[in-house]
Design a protein around this ligand. Structure first.
Ligand code: ADP
Ligand code: MG
Length: 392
């Protein structure tokens, strides 16, 4: 996979660089971004610092949440600009609009190395429609387009994909890093390759599971999505979260395949609000119970497989991580991966949250900023945001 990299771009001094990033991070009720939630911002710092050092004029485009094409005060990008400014130790000008006179005037007065952050691009309803006119209006603000927004590259949207039709376009360092790491998993995996998939819904990850059943040596399941597979295997899971509509699709997978592993024990409780649970084998889940985490025998089994792997990819929590008592399985897994000598790649919104909570992101070879984008890329889908950036 070859891409047009920012590194190839010469003479950027004084050029107006339109930089698309994904700064879609949770904002706390106090209007701030928690230290453990700023991973996506931190990961774009190499690109931004490089542009500052090389004296470009940096115009940042980003989105926050789902404002549905209108101005939503709580979704303005100000807290993001504050956090970025803090991380860069540099002032940033944040405009109240995406386009218009104020923005144009400010750009015309920018000095080399200055940063302007435009307002949430999703405040304009044309963004999510991938509108050409909107993309052209954005393109007029700059000379060069740089995409460093891997996490939104699976969206065919104006500031992500359409804009690349109107400006010379390049990948930022984060996007390049994401593509190098994730394509290595598919194109040149170091064997044995183990893939661990957890999370809430099997319907969102079934394609990934199927693909890795052909590419990987082991596929380990956890979290609520394992329940539906357990059901098909004949294990009753009480009141646990399951997706019966997926039974026919799962029945077509060879479940006796030794590659595919499911949890053998779990932590059960009577409702999602429980603060403590009951540990048992999965054969003995009671009808009134929910499975909310994997148990120690499953962890031991998975640890053994991880220890004999040379590459491990992980996406999706093993349990209800929002409740500390049911986060243990996921936290143990993160610690095992952090210690592992294998090449470790992880991703997914909630998964990364747990890694950062434990402060272990540096112990992984790569932690992706992508949720949906990572899944679609690993499934082998073509991401719209890459169409003008990939050379082949
Ligand atoms: P990621 O964002 O890391 O890809 P997902 O979005 O697929 O992960 O799933 C994360 C969610 O799955 C978490 O909110 C977690 O609480 C939930 N989850 C995991 N295991 C269970 C379970 N056994 N029962 C209920 N919810 C679960
Ligand atoms: Mg998620």
């Amino acid at each position: 996979m070859k891409i047009k990299s920012l590194k190839e771009l010469k003479n950027i001094k004084g050029q107006r660089i339109l930089l698309r990033v994904d700064f879609n991070v949770p904002i706390s009720s106090g209007g701030k971004i928690d230290k453990s939630e700023d991973y996506r911002i931190v990961q774009t710092l190499p690109t931004i610092k490089y542009l500052i050092k090389n004296k470009a004029k940096i115009i940042i485009m980003a989105h926050l949440g789902r404002p549905d094409g209108k101005v939503v005060e709580a979704l303005r990008l100000d807290p993001v600009a504050v956090r970025l400014s803090h991380l860069l130790k540099k002032g940033i000008y944040k405009s109240q609009d995406i386009l218009g006179q104020e923005v144009e005037k400010h750009i015309s007065e920018m000095k080399d190395g200055d940063i302007l952050m435009l307002e949430n691009v999703r405040f304009d309803k044309r963004e999510e429609k991938g509108d050409k006119k909107f993309a052209q209006e954005l393109a007029k603000l700059g000379d060069i387009y740089i995409n460093d927004a891997f996490a939104v590259c699976h969206r065919d949207q104006a500031s992500v994909s359409t804009i690349a039709d109107y400006l010379p376009s390049y990948a930022g360092f984060l996007l390049e890093d994401e593509l190098n790491n994730l394509s290595a998993v598919i194109n040149k995996p170091i064997k044995p390759l183990t893939v661990i998939i957890g999370g809430a819904k099997i319907s969102t990850k079934i394609q990934l599971i199927k693909r890795f059943l052909t590419l990987a040596d082991s596929v380990l399941l956890g979290g609520a999505l394992a329940n539906t597979v357990l059901n098909v295997m004949g294990v009753t899971t009480g009141k646990s979260l399951v997706e019966p509509k997926m039974y026919p699709i799962i029945k077509k997978i060879k479940l006796t395949d030794n590659k595919l592993r499911v949890p053998v024990d779990g932590v059960m409780a009577k409702n999602y609000e429980a603060k403590i649970g009951r540990l048992d084998a999965l054969a003995d889940v009671r009808p009134e119970e929910l499975i909310l985490d994997i148990g120690p025998d499953t962890i031991k089994l998975y640890e053994k497989i991880i220890k004999s792997s040379k590459m491990v990819v992980w996406n999706g929590p093993m349990g209800l991580i929002e409740t500390p008592f049911f986060a243990k399985g996921t936290e143990d897994l993160v610690k095992i991966l952090a210690k592992s000598k294998a090449y470790t790649v992880a991703g997914g919104g909630e998964s990364v949250q747990v890694i950062r909570r434990l402060g272990l992101e540096k112990k992984f070879n790569f932690v992706s900023t992508g949720g949906g984008a990572m899944l679609e890329f690993l499934e082998g889908k073509k991401l719209p945001g890459l169409k003008k950036i990939l050379i082949k």
